[in-house]
Design a protein around this ligand. Structure first.
Ligand SMILES: *Cc1c(COP(=O)(O)O)cnc(C)c1O
Length: 352
């Protein structure tokens, strides 16, 4: 007997996280601040408090209480997940049936389409305009044209770093019957969140992650915020112990430190503004086509020859993310920003 993988799985192109050792890693939009170093004792104590022989709290109640208090929302309207990636898989897997239509936009977070494919949705991809700005009108037009069952998009957007206004997002939610899955992974770095009113809509799921602003990519923790009906459904379809006890303990510890979170966000925003301003200078050199003012913790730059610049950066032991003609560069420490800016200047000057 031979077991044959099905065609869908055979043909799937997996997400390709950067492998290899680089001195400067600015590819994954992680925080350059490590709370595990800052709060070593607290984190150790949190881990020591875990009953390792017991399953974790299936409702992550203590953690959700802290998260609710931090963001000013009702903890009852929050579900915790093993990263927001897990929540996306749960939502697509359970709320949409095979063949149901999932509308996404391009460019946007590439994992959306990937999971759409894994869970056998009909992926509908609407291309953004050339300026990469997505308007409420664009979204509503695409919804009218394609009649999707769900729409999944990030705001602010990765990779473009544009943000859509709160009014525009609410206009979209209020003018479609489709389920809107709104990924606010980077909203800590901007100011157009609709989290506080998310519970009022019966067709909205808002996603948050601890992997970016909070500096906790290692522990895999994310949240969904929604109305009671959807929260109840999410709780009934997710696996009961989806967030492990170590992650719950560390997550609870970090959300008990609101001052740290606010300060970290400020520092990261400072770094991205600094990186952006220095990139504005570089953008005067030949070889750079365009640069977007970021509402995130990264800058998105278009080059005449992004492939060349990307490979040259690697020779400087600097890794960023390449998407077509663009490079997405995460804001790092001052030293890391110096390294990437100096390397880019050298590369552009020697090529131009
Ligand atoms: C990084 C990122 C996430 C985070 O996913 P986790 O699984 O929580 O680490 C989600 N959405 C977007 C758009 C991201 O860039």
């Amino acid at each position: 007997m031979t077991y044959e993988l099905n065609e869908k799985v055979r043909n799937l192109i997996p997400y390709d996280p950067v492998a290899g050792d680089y001195e400067v890693r600015l590819d994954a939009n992680e925080s350059f601040i490590d709370p595990g170093k800052l709060f070593r004792d607290e984190f150790m104590a949190a881990v020591a408090s875990v009953d390792f022989n017991r399953y974790p709290d299936p409702s992550a109640a203590e953690l959700r209480n802290k998260v609710g208090a931090f963001y000013g929302i009702n903890p009852e309207n929050i579900v915790a997940g093993n990263g927001s990636d897990e929540l996306i898989t749960v939502i697509l897997g359970a709320f949409l049936r095979p063949g149901d239509k999932l509308l996404t936009f391009s460019p946007d977070f590439s994992m959306y389409r990937f999971y759409g494919e894994v869970y056998e949705k009909t992926n509908i991809v609407a291309e953004k305009q050339e300026d990469l700005i997505l308007t409420a009108g664009d979204v509503i037009d695409a919804v009218r044209k394609n009649r999707p069952d769900a729409v999944l998009l990030s705001n602010p957007c990765s990779p473009t770093s544009f943000v859509m206004s709160r009014e525009d997002v609410l206009h979209i939610v209020e003018n479609t019957d489709a389920l809107i899955i709104l990924d606010e992974a980077y909203m800590d770095f901007s100011d157009q969140s609709i989290m506080k009113v998310a519970e009022k809509y019966d067709n909205l799921i808002l996603l948050k992650t601890c992997s970016k602003a909070l500096g906790l990519a290692a522990i895999r923790l994310g949240f969904a915020v929604s109305c009671p009906k959807i929260i109840q459904a999410l709780n009934s379809v997710r696996s009961p112990y989806n967030v492990n006890a170590l992650t719950q303990a560390i997550g609870t510890a970090i959300f008990s430190k609101p001052d740290y979170i606010r300060k970290a966000v400020d520092e990261i925003k400072k770094s991205r503004t600094c990186l952006y301003e220095r990139m504005l200078e570089l953008a005067k050199l030949p070889g750079v086509r365009s640069l977007i003012k970021p509402e995130t913790n990264f800058v998105f730059v278009e080059f005449e020859n992004a492939e060349f610049v990307y490979n040259e950066l690697k020779k400087h032991s600097i890794i960023v993310r390449k998407l077509g003609d663009y490079l997405r560069i995460t804001a790092g420490t001052q030293k890391e920003n110096d390294r990437v800016v100096q390397a880019l200047e050298e590369i552009l000057r020697s090529a131009g």
